[in-house]
Design a protein around this ligand. Structure first.
Ligand code: NAD
Length: 501
């Protein structure tokens, strides 16, 4: 039996030593056994973390830009040093295969590298002589204590979307990671400490809705970045803004990939399989619907089926292609969607239930599953499943396919596979989705751009990382100043609204 460990909070640069009134189980999904217990913060625990962050912020906000950049460079070095250890922790608690865990660290590192440029990124603007002897300058200042609330599916990358830029901007952070795979957040905390970040600037509280709701209502939390499912994102946005905070809340997804008859079908089939089943479909940018434009359907489904036959499902530590689902409850939920899809009349081409796996007998297994001819009213089409279930929908025309995407309540990511440049251009112009791939299945923006969806996939008006993050994690201030070279001759006060002359 795997030995259980206790996972606790990280406050003021060190592990929490207080007791825990409540704890939750953390599983190794490939074995199906409990590998740790994680403390669930009560309101007082959250208050202690916010107080530590507030105290640290009062000093960190004055740290010079070169000092902040120095910490970011050293944090990057620490992440590189401990990369394998972080990847192993992700695989042990999330289940994704080791190479995929490493891939999420790589994408997180890109954001750290962006944040290393903070001295240039935070430059303000200056206008000389906007009026007689009057100059204007704009500056960006940190907002204060920022709460980051993150999902289970990217336990390192999503915290790295936010914390490096928030900290580089001069803020202090309280991270509330997913209770399902909490260990990566503590390894990040250790990396910050190794990088010389002052204690209290980066804190971690573990737990559930109790911790989240305290962060959303705490008077000293100024900004909240959330990533998770749409219902919780909506709750976080509404509660946080009602309590006077700036909030960005990234929600769920139902990503469609259109394949037109002129497309390179081998490339499209490769893309559908890798974007549909990578990380067992537990990605917000996973492709869950392939829209095959007539008459490409039969050929495309045959090529996808052929590729799926070679996928190996099993323990992520054994070099398999796809790991287990994160918990038994989630696996059962995804399985119930397969049952519902069959009942709704969709054609089950490959059934992942009972698939052969290379892993523990009690692991949370479900093999890659493919449905064809999925009716748009079936729950496998309408709902976010977040598992290894790929649906093919047949569309009579490109216009029909585009309408399908635009009618969907989600708008996170989408892709088109085509060799028709004019059609691709029309797609990028008319599709109501925040991140668009053209012959690219998972169009996660590079770190110098910002990440975010439209419609029910994001609440708030700024996206994650990139330029939007600089805006989100700072407040702007504009200073209008007058330094006359000679004393102004005495005159009557002028009560008119000042114009620029
Ligand atoms: P989730 O919504 O269950 O949990 C997200 C966070 O909210 C966790 O920290 C969790 O502890 C907390 N939480 C859960 N229930 C809560 C409640 N009732 N009140 C307050 N807080 C609560 O999401 P998840 O299952 O961890 O992650 C998967 C979801 O995240 C999927 O819907 C996926 O699409 C989405 N996601 C979106 C993006 C994006 O960029 N849009 C990225 C990654 C994941």
């Amino acid at each position: 039996m795997t030995q259980e460990k206790r996972i606790t909070h990280w406050v003021e640069g060190k592990p929490w030593t207080g007791p825990a009134a409540r704890q939750g189980e953390v599983f190794d999904p490939a074995l199906g056994t409990v590998c740790a217990r994680v403390d669930y913060a009560c309101e007082a625990d959250v208050d202690a973390a916010v107080a530590a962050a507030g105290a640290a912020w009062s000093t960190w906000r004055t740290a010079t830009l070169s000092r902040r950049a120095g910490v970011l460079f050293d944090f990057r070095a620490a992440l590189l040093r401990r990369r394998a250890e972080i990847g192993a922790a992700i695989t042990a608690e999330h289940g994704k295969v080791l190479s995929d865990a490493d891939g999420e660290i790589a994408r997180g590192l890109e954001v750290v590298e962006f944040a290393c440029g903070i001295p240039a990124l935070l430059k303000g603007q200056f206008s000389e002589s906007v009026s007689t002897q009057i100059d204007v300058t704009s500056i960006r200042q940190p907002v204060g204590v920022c709460a980051l609330i993150t999902p289970f599916n990217f336990p390192a990358m999503v915290p790295l979307w936010f914390a490096p830029i928030a900290i580089a901007c001069g803020n202090a952070v309280v991270l509330k990671p997913s209770e399902k795979d909490p260990s990566a957040s503590l390894l990040l905390a250790e990396c910050w400490a190794e990088a010389g970040l002052p204690p209290g600037v980066f804190n971690v509280v573990h737990g559930d809705a109790v911790a989240v709701n305290r962060l959303l209502t705490h008077p000293d939390v100024r900004a909240v970045s959330f990533v998770g499912s749409t219902p919780i994102a909506r709750h976080v946005y509404e509660t946080g803004t009602r309590h006077g905070k700036r909030v960005q809340a990234l929600g769920g997804a139902k990503n469609h990939m259109i394949v037109t008859p002129d497309a390179d079908l081998d490339a499209a089939a490769d893309a559908a399989v890798s974007a549909g089943f990578g990380s067992a479909g537990e990605r917000c940018m996973a492709v869950s619907v392939v829209v095959a434009v007539d008459p490409v359907g039969d050929d495309l489904v045959a090529r996808i089926t052929e590729r799926m036959a070679h996928l190996r499902t099993g323990d992520g530590r054994r070099g398999c292609d796809m790991g287990p689902l994160v918990t038994g409850a989630h696996r059962d939920r995804v399985t119930s969607y397969i049952d519902a899809g069959v009942q709704a009349g969709a054609k089950l081409v490959i059934d992942g239930r009972g698939a052969d796996v290379d892993g523990g007998e009690d692991g949370f297994w479900l093999g890659p599953t493919l449905f064809d001819n999925v009716p748009p009213e079936a729950s496998i089409y309408t709902d976010e499943i977040f598992g290894p279930v790929l649906s093919v929908v047949r569309a009579p025309s490109f216009d029909h396919a585009l309408d399908l995407i635009n009618a969907n309540p989600y708008g996170n990511g989408t892709a088109i596979f085509t060799t028709d440049g004019a059609l691709a251009r029309r797609f990028q112009n008319e599709v109501e989705v925040g991140m668009v791939g053209i012959n690219v299945p998972i169009p996660v923006p590079a770190a110098a751009y910002s990440f975010g969806g439209w419609k029910s996939s994001l609440f708030g008006d700024t996206h994650a990382y990139g330029p939007d993050a600089l805006h989100f994690f700072t407040r702007s201030k504009v200073v209008t100043s007058k330094w006359p070279r000679t004393a102004t001759p005495a005159a009557r006060p002028d009560l008119n609204f000042p114009g620029n002359r």
